[in-house]
Design a protein around this ligand. Structure first.
Ligand code: HMG
Ligand code: MG
Length: 297
């Protein structure tokens, strides 16, 4: 029988907030991350050591990571280059994330470089990570646009598999597969996973599904069938990528929680529903939003 242990990897304080135009104070980012850790989530991505010219909202990455007392949780942060990696490693991160896209168009829009250039840069960052990261710090690799690109259209599963194998072989212990614009159909996710699980074990894969078209839960279901057990989600469904026009939020943490519990899965860290609802209320309060409350679940 397949394992019923799953994990929700929380990305709200990073993916959820990075696109917000008005600067959110470090105190609010810290409070949100703290609330998510308090709710029992075990891995929380809360910062990006990227260029503040590109993503001004993440300019306080170091303050945020240093300001949280994570308890049992591990804090994750993105690094686009060696400079970001060094800055992140100077803070108590539990995990680093490198990121590439499966397409030329998204690579240029998101990181100002060709896909081949991005692969080279990421391999360099991974090499530095392996040489300098303290024991126990983990490395996650993201691939964006795993089914569809807002610039280049449909993406070949073989290309995603090639990049996943490359990141895994280079030293990423986990590869997160991003439906960046949130429009994938389960059939497309299935075709993509069919190719990827041939070259990277399903235990090392995560599903990162934005929920623009409302199919993220269906995409999680098909991923479960392929053996994936880690799903990225964002509290209160916050999110969107600044370089992915039209991309709405990541799939909502509370929805994923309720869905997985209803399907009989055990979620790592045993996050509690009340704690998640409290974190979601805080997220909406920070952003001055009232819509989207799903307390009725
Ligand atoms: P660039 O403009 O080609 O390179 O940016 P640059 O080296 O000329 O840097 C530009 C400026 O930023 C310079 O400042 C650098 O010093 C500075 P200036 O000299 O002009 O004053 N800089 C930095 N500052 C702080 N930390 C750094 C850093 N690096 C350079 N690490 C670069 C290239 C990759 C840096 C830029 O394109 C970038 O930061 N991109 C990040 C974009 C981003 O964060 N996107 C969102 C995250 S990915 C995502 O959301 C997808 C995901 O959720 C999965 C999915 O949904 O698909 C993960
Ligand atoms: Mg994303």
């Amino acid at each position: 029988m397949m394992s019923k242990a799953v994990e929700i990897f929380e990305v709200g304080p990073r993916d959820g907030l990075q696109n917000e135009p008005a600067f959110i104070s470090s105190e609010d980012k810290i409070a949100l991350t703290q609330a998510l850790a308090g709710a029992g989530l075990r891995r929380i991505e809360c910062a990006s050591f990227v260029s503040p010219k590109w993503v001004p909202q993440m300019a306080d990455a170091a303050q945020v990571v240093e300001g949280v007392t994570p308890g049992a949780a591990q804090l994750y942060a993105l690094a686009p280059n060696n400079r970001g990696l060094q800055a992140a490693l100077a803070t108590p991160v539990g995990g680093l994330c490198v990121f590439i896209a499966a397409t030329e168009g998204f690579s240029r829009a998101n990181t100002n470089i060709s896909l081949a250039g991005a692969v080279e840069r990421v391999q360099d960052v991974i090499a530095t990570f392996r040489a300098e990261a303290p024991e126990g710090v983990r490395l996650r690799g993201y691939i964006s646009c795993v089914t569809e690109c807002p610039y280049d259209g449909p993406v070949a599963p073989s290309e995603v598999a090639r990049l996943a194998e490359l990141l895994h072989g280079a030293g990423c212990d986990e590869i997160s597969l991003g439906d960046t614009i949130g429009t994938a159909y389960p059939e497309q996710v299935a075709r993509m996973l069919e190719a990827v699980v041939r070259v990277v074990p399903a235990e090392a894969l995560a599903g990162h599904y934005h929920d623009t078209a409302g199919r993220a839960l269906a995409n999680i279901d098909v991923s479960l069938d392929y053996g994936l057990r880690i799903f990225d989600a964002s509290i209160a469904g916050l999110g969107g990528c600044p370089y992915a026009p039209g991309a709405k939020g990541n799939v909502d943490t509370e929805l994923v929680y309720a869905h997985l519990i209803a399907r009989g899965y055990d979620i790592s860290g045993a996050p509690d529903r009340a704690g998640l609802a409290q974190a979601a209320r805080l997220a909406r309060k920070i952003l001055g939003r009232t819509e989207g409350a799903i307390d009725a679940i």
